[in-house]
Ligand binder design. Structure first.
Ligand code: SAM
Ligand code: SF4
Length: 350
């Protein structure tokens, strides 16, 4: 990538239109560029062969496609692949490709690190470094070999999407617009702890599925696990969610890591049923990926099954999410943290 040139990747049709008009090109060229970028997924402006040579040269003076290949990959025995991307600032972000029987999901990052500091999360431990641009978010999809087999994208990698909502919404527009990837919004899920400023805006401006990280139905305990609870409580989040319709295309789910002896007993299951009563939603129970220096453990499978059955029997449909890529540390933030630490050590020894 040439740091003096701006990426075309990540530009909406309106933005491409402004670019071509500024360069003195006909307006329809914007649609042609979008089609090369998002339909044909070209690697260079030279490949945009229905643009005149003169216009391609003009475009190349200030712009490039802006796609960058991952710098590292780790393959799990179960087919999961973790990719590591390097940003122009020298930061690292992760994406995880998860093939399944009839689906192939890519889990993308929205930030380098995260400000939310959840107790159980490796990305949270990293602290916040940067927010990704729409180009850097889309590049995670654009630049992997499996890109044409993807059926779903989930924003469950590094970072809090609602803390970078302008860029996330721009990426979602491009993924779902007819000039872009033309995906159904049903193929995309955005996961969030729930931030006051972002929640309504996301619900109003996007049709993509929403997953809220819940982890405890009790605000005091949720705050211990997730400091974001203090600014915007799960009770308020649920109140807002009740104002939207999740009975049709758009799906609402909650993520719940089942921690041994912390949130895995019947009291919690009962309170979850009470908190979410009447809301059209489902519960994903997640196995905890242990991280260093944190005194939390995952519940055993027997406890998780009993928890799931209680919820489902009491009207809250629950599933246990299969844990994938355990052998390659699929818990997000592990690989990028290791890479960042290795680079730091190298710099210190030079
Ligand atoms: C990494 S977050 C990114 C999206 C957003 N920031 C959020 O918290 O929903 C995606 C999901 O991974 C979960 N998660 C984080 N650390 C985990 C761990 N060590 N084991 C299992 N799940 C984890 C989060 O709770 C969240 O539901
Ligand atoms: S779980 Fe999500 S919000 Fe919490 S620290 Fe990790 S990435 Fe950030």
């Amino acid at each position: 990538m040439d740091s003096t040139k701006a990426p075309l990747l990540g530009k909406t049709l309106d933005e491409l239109t402004q670019i071509v008009l500024d360069l003195g090109m006909p307006k329809f060229t914007a649609g042609q560029i979008a089609s090369w970028l998002y339909g044909r997924k070209v690697a260079s402006i030279d490949e945009m062969t229905n643009l005149s040579v003169k216009n391609r040269e003009r475009l190349k003076e200030c712009y490039e496609v802006g796609a960058t290949a991952p710098v590292h990959e780790m393959r799990s025995v179960d087919g999961t692949v973790k990719y590591l991307f390097r940003t122009p600032e020298g930061d690292y972000v992760e994406s995880v490709y998860i093939p399944d029987a009839d689906r192939a999901t890519l889990c993308v990052s929205s930030q380098v690190g995260c400000k939310m500091n959840c107790k159980f999360c490796m990305t949270g431990k990293q602290g916040y470094t940067n927010s990704l641009t729409a180009a850097q978010i889309l590049n995670q999809i654009y630049s992997i070999p499996e890109r044409d087999t993807l059926t779903n994208v989930v924003f469950m990698g590094m970072g809090e999407p609602f803390d970078n909502l302008d860029e996330v919404l721009r990426a979602l527009e491009i993924l779902t617009a007819s000039y872009g990837y033309a995906w159904s919004p049903k193929r995309i899920t955005v996961s969030s702890v729930g931030l006051r400023k972002g929640l309504r805006r996301f619900l109003d401006e996007s049709d993509c599925h929403l997953a809220i990280s819940l982890h405890s139905p009790f605000p005091a305990q949720r705050q211990e696990l997730m400091p974001a609870e203090k600014a915007f409580s799960i009770v308020e989040i649920v109140d807002i969610l009740r104002q939207y319709d999740f009975s049709k295309q758009r799906r609402l789910s909650f993520e719940y890591i089942v921690f041994k002896g912390v949130n895995d007993s019947l009291i919690y299951a009962k309170e979850l049923v009470r908190l979410l009563r009447g809301l059209d939603c489902r519960m994903n129970l997640i196995r905890f990926h242990a991280i260093p220096n944190v005194d939390l453990e995952g519940a055993d499978m027997e406890t998780m099954l009993a928890f799931r059955d209680y919820l489902t029997q009491h009207g809250l449909f629950a599933t246990i999410r299969a844990s994938r890529g355990e052998d390659i540390f699929a818990a997000c933030g592990m690989l990028s943290t290791a890479k960042q630490q290795a680079n730091k050590q190298n710099n210190e020894t030079v």
